[in-house]
Design a binder for this molecule. Structure first.
Ligand code: GRF
Length: 217
């Protein structure tokens, strides 16, 4: 079986990258990571990739005059590696319309909330502040608007009354590490379709479906 080639874009710690690396370590997993690109030098995610023997590239946005130049260079590096799927995993740069269109339905992101609630940054602080009872995380196809696009998989976790942002972030992160590999696997198995901006998953049965229920942590 040919494994689907995946590129991962990071800016930092890379724990979601690690979850994908670990998943790909299983001979039965239908995808492999062919390239990791960071826009920030020296980050932990790059060391994780190197340790796993995965080629890395640095796409420093500061080396380019404008976003277009940066994204053209990014695309050039990606095209050389010929990934069938590009995963944003804690990639902290906004991507422009041109880039997003070029990789349409082949570009996915993970966000630490139950989208479309709590888009943007400082998510866990805002969730604790709002007093919501359930939060979670989302893997979705990327569209030009921030944290927008057809939802592939979500996982929910409880928000406890004594949670601070760090406690909630840790609980959500454990689920991120489950659903990102799951989403990649579903795509690699050819089971994910976008129809009218909704994701349909062929043969999705619980608990492998699009929602993982609260109860963990
Ligand atoms: C994760 O919480 C992810 O959802 C968000 O950025 C964080 C990245 O963490 N987009 P890591 O670099 O994967 O550890």
């Amino acid at each position: 079986m040919a494994r689907m080639k995946v590129a991962v874009l990071i800016s930092g710690r890379g724990s979601n990258l690690q979850a994908l690396i670990d998943a790909c370590g299983d001979a039965d997993f239908p995808a492999e990571i062919v390239l990791v690109i960071s826009n920030v030098p020296g980050v932990q995610g790059l060391s994780r990739a190197e340790k796993a023997g995965i080629p890395t590239a640095l796409g420093k946005h500061k080396d380019f005059e404008d976003r277009e130049g940066f994204e053209d260079a990014l695309t050039e590096t990606l095209v050389e590696a010929a990934p069938e799927l590009v995963c944003l995993a804690g990639f902290m740069r906004m991507l422009g319309d041109g880039f997003v269109r070029r990789w349409r339905d082949r570009l996915i992101n993970i966000h630490p909330s139950l989208l479309p609630a709590f888009k943007g940054v400082h998510v866990h602080e805002r969730i604790v502040e709002a007093g919501v009872r359930i939060s979670g995380c989302t893997v979705h196809f990327v569209r030009p608007a921030v944290d927008d696009g057809p939802i592939i998989v979500q996982a929910a976790v409880p928000v406890h009354p004594d949670d601070d942002a760090d406690a909630l972030a840790a609980r959500v992160l454990r689920q991120e590490h489950r659903i990102y590999p799951l989403a990649v696997r579903l795509i690699a198995e050819g089971r994910v379709r976008v129809v009218d901006e909704h994701v349909l998953i062929d043969g999705a049965l619980m608990p492998e479906g699009v929602l993982m229920n609260p109860g963990e942590g």
